[in-house]
Write a protein that binds this ligand. Structure first.
Ligand SMILES: [Zn+2]
Length: 139
């Protein structure tokens, strides 16, 4: 009788797998840091332009509005990227601690496929969906 044990679902990722995700996270962090400094530059430029526009104010009222919108957009974007950066930092910390890839809610292992797509994911797909439903008002 073949004594083939059913494979237990693994509870943690191996060092090799963790290292793979770590490289991904580090590359992602690099990209965001660049993106953030680009946004910062854009914001600085925008305020220079706004200053200049104020001085020759009569012709530039319309432009001022556009600059303002552009600035708002950049602030919003910087905010989003900043939040993503924090998620990546947290994921890197989890790799250090050795509990990366474990859902912080139900402690199931987050699927490799999901981590490939969202390396900073903290929740498994089930908990993520549950949370999103709650945030949408429990329906
Ligand atoms: Zn979960």
């Amino acid at each position: 009788m073949p004594d083939k044990k059913t494979q237990k679902p693994k509870k943690k990722y191996t060092k090799k797998e963790l290292n793979h995700f770590k490289q991904k996270l580090l590359a992602e962090r690099e990209r965001i840091l660049k993106e953030l400094s680009r946004i910062e530059e854009a914001l600085n430029e925008a305020s220079d332009e706004t200053e200049a526009a104020k001085q020759s104010y009569s012709n530039h009222l319309a432009d001022l509005g556009t600059d303002y919108m552009e600035k708002e957009k950049n602030y919003y974007y910087a905010d989003q990227e900043g939040a993503y950066l924090r998620a990546i930092e947290a994921a890197l910390e989890r790799i250090q601690r050795g509990d990366y890839g474990v859902c912080s809610d139900c402690t199931d292992l987050i699927s490799e496929k999901r981590l490939e797509a969202v390396p900073a994911a903290e929740l498994c797909i089930n908990c993520k969906e549950k949370k999103e439903k709650l945030e949408r008002g429990g329906r």
